[in-house]
Design a protein around this ligand. Structure first.
Ligand code: SAH
Length: 372
């Protein structure tokens, strides 16, 4: 089991190993006159065995453990709540070292096992149909907190030594916390740790164009999903406010230039809102916008929530929209919403906490109290 990090007060002067990539841990060992290979031992304990307690790292000598304990800590998010959906989805509320909370979700059998991970506490993007957006941004997560969610969920679900997928589709906008997100992916990719292949990671973004351009140059590139949601500039700006700064046209241009591996495609996510963006014309425009791109479309019928002014279209409308795309030879899937009964589905993640108590946040608290 992963144990809680030491008391915040004790760890003040200590280096947090959970925030370091392997070469950084090696450098920290060498700087203290220790052998670099201890870094690999530590990485194996923390990531592969889910052991964050330095005392329990039994292939390190006792004197070394004592020394390491003095100088280092391994912060690990603490599970402070867990809910199980009737469909097997598990939502974890995790408490961070500063007492803030985030949510991470385990979705079994999709057909693989998937962890849906947060990159920020709250979100600054304020998409009109998303509950997390109502919270506003509280703060970025550190790289260790992003990777820590995977450590905790893999430990809790018994998947530390099994393959799983990661989707950066929890709370927050990953490209709005670029450096920490990419550092977390490098930490998770480490072969002495969990060795997660970038092919098993999907980064979902509203489309912050400079972030996409940077992502295009990354050696460790995850699969890309773009939250499109509309087919005209005006409508997208209304639903996804960052569109004002990074318009649809510029976003699609960046997508066209995005380097894709053989056989890989960009996923375009499209939340269907009844009577708003789900007409036959919308579907035809979407097909035209994406024509000629290596794209697939993932339709997400809205997961409704109190405080969200939109509603979910009927299955017939969803089916009609999908059929129009399929008739135009597009690959299209309809996302089966998982964990809706425990508010773990897309756009339903929200937790109390944070200093900024906006009206939206206060309302969100009330909503949460209502369901729990
Ligand atoms: N900020 C990133 C990742 C988080 S959201 C992004 O926007 O892509 C993951 C997906 O869930 C996004 O496509 C988002 O638009 C969608 N989503 C948000 N609220 C939703 C809701 N109420 N119902 C269905 N999907 C929603």
């Amino acid at each position: 089991m992963i144990s809680r990090a030491s008391e915040a007060s004790q760890s003040k002067s200590r280096v947090d190993l959970a925030e370091l990539e392997l070469p950084e841990v090696e450098a920290a060992m060498v700087a203290r006159g220790e052998q670099a290979f201890h870094a690999r031992q530590i990485y194996r304990w923390v990531y592969r065995r889910g052991q964050a307690d330095i005392d329990q790292m039994t292939d390190l000598s006792r004197p070394l453990r004592a020394r390491l304990k003095d100088e280092f800590t391994v912060s690990t998010p603490k599970v402070s709540g867990e809910q199980l959906s009737t469909d097997g989805t598990r939502k974890f509320v995790l408490e961070l070292a500063d007492g803030r909370h985030i949510e991470s979700v385990f979705i079994p059998d999709t057909p693989s096992m998937t962890f849906c991970v947060s990159t920020q506490v709250g979100c600054a993007m304020s998409c009109g149909f998303c509950l997390t957006g109502k919270m506003g941004l509280v703060r970025n997560l550190t790289a260790g907190e992003i990777a820590g969610q995977v450590r905790v969920l893999a430990g809790a679900t018994g998947l530390l030594d099994k393959p799983f997928n990661i989707v950066l589709m929890g709370m927050g906008e990953p490209l709005h916390n670029y450096d920490n997100t990419m550092k977390a992916l490098r930490m998770l990719h480490e072969e002495h740790g969990l060795a997660v292949s970038p092919l098993r990671v999907t980064l979902s973004t509203v489309g912050i164009v400079p972030g996409l351009e940077r992502l295009a140059t990354e050696p460790l590139m995850p699969n890309l999903a773009i939250s499109l949601h509309a087919t005209t500039e005006d409508q997208r700006t209304a639903l996804v406010p960052p569109n004002r700064k990074y318009p649809l046209a510029a976003l699609l241009e960046a997508c066209r230039k995005f380097p894709l591996k053989k056989r890989s495609r960009i996923t375009f996510e499209y939340v269907l809102l009844d009577g708003v963006n789900d007409s036959a014309d919308d579907a035809r425009r979407l097909a035209t916008l994406l024509a000629g791109m290596k794209a697939k479309v993932n339709l997400i019928p809205l997961n409704p929530a109190p405080g969200i002014e939109f509603s979910r279209p009927s299955d017939e409308r969803v089916e009609r929209f999908a059929q129009i795309l399929a008739d135009r030879h597009m690959t299209v899937s309809v996302r089966k919403s998982r964990g809706r009964d425990i508010r773990a589905a897309c756009g339903q993640l929200i937790v109390e906490g944070g200093t900024k108590k906006s009206a939206g946040q206060q309302m969100a608290r009330l909503i949460e109290l209502d369901v729990r």
